[in-house]
Design a protein around this ligand. Structure first.
Ligand code: FES
Ligand SMILES: [Fe+2]
Length: 437
């Protein structure tokens, strides 16, 4: 009997050396198990502290399909609660963000402090002696199991027994450090709106696309070709348009992407690049360099800007692009439905040109007007549809199966066109999904 026809499944059997069973992307039962054993047991990215700048500021989001809110308490601490009234369960905040002195549920008016404590219920005498209502802990907003932040990036877990956040982030911490160090004032803040789309594909297909360096030269051919023609026809001394600088490396060739490389570390985390990336050749912005050197000195500035981690994946919920001040967040809705968000950061103390560059990249690559992102969206759709077929039960992850370098600090590296990141993510996936307790 094939795994496809078994009524019971073992998630461990679906991940094999160099391949995974298609059910990991298509089976609603597997998806539910992922929510329970992976997404609700590990750290998930909630948002950045700058999204709740003042006491009473809140940001509402969905983690593992559950409504939550990040809230800044009057003492300045950042809390994360389930967005669910302790009375009859209504969501307490419905706007994505805002600021309140107290939280008042719109249904029966139960009112909470910004630390979640229930302050008031109308007609409280009706609750006298019943162990429920103001003064009782279970009548307050329920916090998530753990909340912690690293360099302003707030993570939460529904599982109180997760490892320490810094330990769990491991070598990806250097990416967060670099994201913040790129600010001449050492401060970054979320700015502008969010690019948010619902894709008709499994969340892992979206996440894998970020590290799939065998696809840009093919999937984005229709963007690369006209850029090449444009570049060829430019007068010799003409300034190269930024769009050309940004799109051209997508067609950089397999050797170029191999040279960029992948490094995998920790529980499913990874980063692409290190000393080289598709963003390496962006022109310098002299006022920015000057501002950085004023703060850090020339040598440290060079060191910070030479970190070329092109995409860092903090498995399973986010990816971070330092050079372009961008975070992408993944929010699974169903086995074949995923929200993908792109948030942009402003580097405090940096000239506006840096933010303009980030916004331009997002427009060019991630927005509905993108000439490249739409290709990826079509690929997500085609993969999800193709996997439903009976063409095969298995999805290949064989590329460079044995071409792996063990690094001294416990991470492993491979050529940039390797499938190592997918294998590493599924090794973590298997550990989470086979751990019952
Ligand atoms: S459901 Fe919130 S006050 Fe009743
Ligand atoms: Fe792409």
């Amino acid at each position: 009997m094939s795994a496809d026809t078994q009524s019971r499944f073992s998630p461990g059997d679906l991940v094999q050396p160099g391949r995974v069973h298609k059910r990991v992307y298509t089976d609603p039962e597997i998806f539910e198990l992922e929510m329970e054993r992976l997404w609700r047991r590990t750290w998930l990215y909630v948002g950045h502290e700058s999204q709740v700048p003042l006491p009473g500021s809140y940001f509402a989001a969905t983690l593992a399909r559950q409504p939550v809110m990040m809230l800044r308490h009057s003492d300045g601490s950042v809390r994360v609660f389930y967005n669910r009234c302790a009375h009859k369960g209504a969501m307490v905040v419905c706007d994505e963000s805002g600021r309140v002195e107290r939280l008042r549920c719109a249904y029966h008016g139960w009112t909470y402090a910004t630390d979640g404590t229930l302050l008031h219920t109308p007609q409280p005498e009706g609750y006298a002696g019943c162990g429920f209502g103001a003064g009782h802990r279970e009548s307050s907003l329920r916090p998530l199991g753990r909340v912690a932040s690293y360099r302003g990036f707030v993570f939460a877990s529904m599982n109180p027994d997760v490892p320490d956040l810094q330990e769990w982030l491991g070598q990806t911490r250097a990416t967060f450090d670099n994201a913040v160090d790129r600010s001449p004032e050492g401060v970054i803040e979320v700015t502008g709106g969010v690019l948010r789309y619902v894709h008709d594909a499994n969340w892992k297909i979206l996440l894998e696309n970020v590290s799939d360096n065998m696809h840009p030269m093919v999937t984005h051919q229709s963007a690369i070709q006209p850029v090449r023609v444009l570049r060829r026809d430019l007068p010799r001394d003409a300034e190269i348009p930024l769009a050309v600088t940004m799109i051209e490396p997508f067609g950089g060739g397999y050797d170029f992407f191999d040279q960029i490389g992948h490094t995998v570390c920790g529980e499913g985390h990874s980063y692409t690049g290190g000393s080289l990336s598709i963003h390496s050749e962006y022109p310098e912005v002299p006022e920015y360099l000057a501002a950085m050197e004023r703060r850090h000195g020339a040598e440290r500035t060079r060191e910070i800007l030479s970190v070329q981690r092109h995409n860092t994946i903090v498995y399973p919920s986010m990816s971070l692009k330092c050079a372009l001040q961008t975070v992408r967040v993944y929010r699974p809705l169903a086995v074949d439905r995923t929200v993908q968000e792109t948030w942009t950061f402003r580097l405090k103390g940096a000239p506006g040109a840096l933010l303009e560059r980030a916004a331009f990249y997002n427009h060019l690559i991630f927005s509905p007007a993108s000439i490249a992102g739409n290709d990826d969206w079509e690929a997500y759709h085609r993969i999800q549809q193709g996997l439903v077929s009976q063409g095969s039960d298995w999805v290949s992850q064989h590329r460079h199966l044995d071409t792996v370098t063990e690094n001294s600090e416990g991470s492993r590296s491979a050529p940039g066109t390797s499938d190592i990141v997918f294998r590493h993510e599924f090794a973590a996936w298997k550990r989470y999904l086979t751990a019952e307790a």
